[in-house]
Design a protein around this ligand. Structure first.
Ligand SMILES: *Cc1c(COP(=O)(O)O)cnc(C)c1O
Length: 822
């Protein structure tokens, strides 16, 4: 092994016997459970406490080291951290998985059963939150000093069930049972202000008559792989500032004082369930400010503890990454502290902000770009609204003026405040513009997306500041998304290219390239295919248990798992499945391999068309799965409650990865990377990171189809009528008519109207235009599947070529080009 201090640490202090002792101690002394009473749930909690102890020990050591080295720290501000289950991953990272297995076995318990008892902390919606979690893993693994800051939501993303095929949501009280990972840190609590008004005293702004909320930090240790660095994910929980208001208690107004308390606690109650669509609610703005204000106060206090009161070095020690615009209010918050509390003049304060902040853009979708009514910000954060105006005034009248002298039209276009289009409309604060103006770097998340950020989203900013807009292509952590979720494949890779310190693909994913040499090797192909088959058998059992559907591991497992959104085009997949079914009905003896189409997706509760698509897929599934005429050649599975834990079971079992968004709409995608890493072949558009995946694996090893970004733009420019496509493609027409007919949902014949109307009345996401090319791509998939040696060669090349898509590479890119840390 290379210098691997953690494994030494763990091995010397925690062999299986010591681990078993610690587990027993926690069972009895922390949980008050007798050994005889303990079941897997208790063992899970006890082992988690053992690992937490280890983690906290290492956190202290990491902090001491950082304090001594006085290094720059990065603070990753994100409203979402979709971390997934932690116990198994932490055991892996700390190098004590085997020991834990043995310890549990000695106690008569199976570690795998124990691990299944963990509830996913669902503190995120989808890709953006999962990216934050992969980045935390990589920051620790790369020994970079880092904190993640977010919210400890009481209820994570809703749980999803189906009733009659429709999505039904219920609350996810994920930490109701127990949550051994978070540790409360009352010493680091913060008091933050809201509402009130601003007065001027002695030439200084005073924010007063405010309401106060307490922020209580919960620290979650984030272990790195093969290192003793453990970083902190600090999640804030809101509390009432002073328990009871005793005066109103005395007056017998108990109820009233209680309700004051509950309001404050509301702030960290729920995660907004929208992906790529802001809700625009006052409580959401308060959530954003709450976690930002707590985090900025916390990092400033840390800076002062370590560096004293001298602001000159602040920007050298602190880098703050804004994960989307959700934490953009951090810019005026830091300005407020610098100007109002630290007596620093505006221009100096702004230049400090610009050295410290950087912003990651995650979407071009106009409706997904956050804008807050100026009136709302003025009400909730009156001082911040003043500061936004100051920033905007300086920006427009000094910087834009210098670039485009006298051009008032340009000033209106670039203003952080958007003027209403109609009289009587509201002024809106463009959070993306605020983030660009307040940062020194702005990055997109894949090469194609970053190019579009420059040319279509922020072309004027790019002209003003040619070095500001950059690309950092997303990545995923190979620890969770290969080593941990696909241990058989990890072992095959070890056995093939070694795992001896010189070769350590878990920390240097590019070394997978050596697997390319085996792509044609029949013996290696056989092993690779056998592992996929094993994974499919295991996953088929999950499907049987969750959906009571029998699927054959010999079928093609074709998977689309991601949030439900029209731009991601689950509806395109659906239309094609309906067509395949009809082809089989026409000719039940068609020479085609068995196919299983697998979905997992939550729809935002208020997103009507998305929910209709779920309903329609479920109804088609019911029809197809119960039709004996097609002889099990086609199955459709929609797994309820898609989340990290399900993803970890599906992805290693996938043959085909569906990445079929309308070109220009998926900023990057990270699901695409996880699948290819596990040897699935992608069918996809030239969108997001698919473009770079195609570059890495080569055009022969990916099924690219459909309109490109330029062709989409050209078609929109020309004008497009979906009815023309509908009328000219008989198969497509037949399935849409079937969907509209009510046959699939007789008790509610108009159930799928919203979907049909969206397709035929505009088809904004060009589903119909891409239909034929998509169907043709699937025919190629089938032709390739019929030649196993060709299929497995392509699959192996996919795994071998994913080196670029490690989140370690992403984080090194951030460290070099944005944070100046490497
Ligand atoms: C990776 C991941 C995502 C992102 O998937 P995309 O296909 O990139 O949209 C969303 N949810 C979960 C649970 C994930 O693991």
């Amino acid at each position: 092994m290379s210098a691997n201090k953690t494994e030494q640490y763990a091995a010397t202090t925690l062999d299986a016997d010591r681990l078993a002792q610690s587990i027993k101690r926690h069972l009895q002394q922390s949980l008050g459970v007798d050994l005889e009473e303990a079941g897997p749930a208790e063992y899970w909690e006890a082992l988690s406490l053992v690992v937490r102890e280890l983690g906290l020990d290492l956190i202290r050591k990491t902090r001491h080291k950082e304090r001594d080295e006085k290094a720059r720290r990065v603070y990753y501000l994100s409203l979402e951290f979709l971390v997934g289950r932690l116990l198994g991953n932490n055991l892996h990272n700390l190098g004590i998985y085997k020991q834990a297995e043995e310890a549990m076995a000695n106690l008569g318990v199976n570690l795998t059963d124990v691990l299944e008892h963990e509830t996913d902390p669902a503190l995120g919606n989808g890709g953006l939150g999962r990216l934050a979690a992969c980045f935390m893993d990589s920051l620790a693994t790369l020994d970079l000093p880092a904190f993640g800051y977010g919210i400890n939501y009481r209820f994570g993303l809703f749980k999803q069930d189906f009733a009659g095929g429709k999505q039904v949501e219920s609350p996810d009280g994920w930490r109701e049972e127990s949550c051994p990972w978070g540790i409360e840190r009352p010493k680091r609590k913060q008091l933050i202000k809201l509402y009130g008004r601003v007065s001027e005293r002695a030439g200084k702004a005073v924010w007063e008559d405010t309401q106060e909320i307490l922020g209580m930090p919960w620290d979650v240790p984030v272990t790195g792989y093969g290192t003793d660095t453990v970083n902190t994910l600090r999640l804030w929980e809101s509390r009432a500032a002073e328990g009871f208001d005793l005066s109103s208690f005395d007056e017998g107004r108990y109820q009233e004082s209680r309700s004051g308390e509950i309001q404050a606690e509301n702030v960290s109650q729920v995660l907004y369930p929208n992906d790529n669509h802001p809700a625009g609610k006052e409580l959401r703005l308060i959530q954003q400010y709450f976690f930002v204000a707590c985090s900025i106060a916390d990092l400033i206090a840390r800076y002062k503890r370590e560096n004293g009161d001298n602001w000159d070095d602040f920007a050298e020690k602190v880098a703050i990454q804004l994960n989307d615009t959700h934490p953009a209010i951090a810019v005026p918050e830091l300005m407020r502290i610098l100007m109002d509390e630290e007596d620093i003049v505006f221009s100096k304060a702004l230049s400090i902000c610009r050295e410290v902040f950087s912003y990651t853009n995650h979407t071009l979708l106009p409706e997904a770009l956050e804008k807050w009514p100026q009136n709302l910000i003025t009400k909730v954060l009156p001082r911040h609204m003043q500061i936004i105006h100051m920033i905007n005034y300086h920006f427009l009248h000094t910087e834009v003026e210098a670039q485009w002298p006298g051009d008032n039209n340009m000033k209106r276009r670039l203003s952080i405040i958007e003027e209403p289009e109609r009289p009587g409309g509201q002024q809106m604060v463009r959070m993306a513009y605020l983030s660009v103006v307040g940062s020194h770097k702005v990055n997109g998340v894949a090469a194609l997306h970053s190019g579009l950020v420059k040319t279509t989203l922020f072309p004027e900013f790019n002209e003003m500041w040619p070095d500001k807009l950059v690309n950092v292509t997303n990545g995923v952590t190979p620890r969770r998304w290969l080593d941990y979720c696909n241990p058989e494949l990890a072992k095959l890779i070890d056995d093939t290219i070694g795992n001896d310190g010189k070769v350590d693909w878990r920390r240097n994913l590019s070394q997978l390239d050596a697997i390319n040499a085996y792509a044609d090797d029949p013996a290696f192909q056989k092993k690779f295919a056998a592992i996929k088959h094993d994974n499919k058998i295991r996953f088929a059992a999950v499907v049987k248990e969750l959906c009571n559907i029998d699927i054959s591991p010999d079928a093609i497992f074709d998977v689309q798992i991601k949030r439900l959104h029209e731009y991601k085009r689950q509806q395109l997949n659906l239309l094609h499945i309906m067509a395949l079914y009809r082809r089989l009905l026409d000719n039940p003896d068609l020479d085609v391999p068995q196919r299983v189409f697998i979905f997992g997706a939550k729809a935002a509760p208020g997103y009507k068309v998305a929910k209709t698509i779920i309903h329609a897929i479920n109804r088609v599934a019911e029809r197809v799965n119960n039709d004996r005429r097609i002889k099990d050649k086609l199955k459709v599975v929609f797994l309820p409650n898609y989340r990290i834990t399900l993803a970890e079971k599906i992805i290693p079992a996938a043959d085909v990865s569906e990445q079929i968004s309308t070109a220009g709409f998926e900023a990057s995608g990270t699901g695409n990377m996880k699948f290819a890493l596990n040897g699935a072949l992608t069918v996809g558009t030239l969108d997001g990171a698919n473009v770079e995946i195609a570059e890495e694996v080569g055009d022969d090893n990916i099924f690219i189809y459909g309109l490109t970004v330029d062709e989409v733009a050209e078609l929109r420019h020309r004008g497009y009528n979906p009815k023309d496509v509908y009328n000219s493609n008989a198969e497509l027409k037949a399935v849409i008519d079937w969907l509209a007919s009510g046959d699939l949902c007789p008790e509610e014949p108009d159930a799928f109207r919203p979907l049909v109307d969206s397709l035929l009345g505009g088809d904004y996401f060009l589903t119909l235009v891409d239909y034929q090319a998509y169907s043709d791509a699937h025919d190629k998939i089938v032709a390739t599947w019929k030649k196993p040696e060709l299929w497995w060669k392509k699959a192996i090349i996919n795994t071998a070529s994913m080196g670029k898509f490690s989140s370690d590479r992403s984080i090194m890119d951030y460290a070099k080009t944005i944070w100046n840390m490497a």
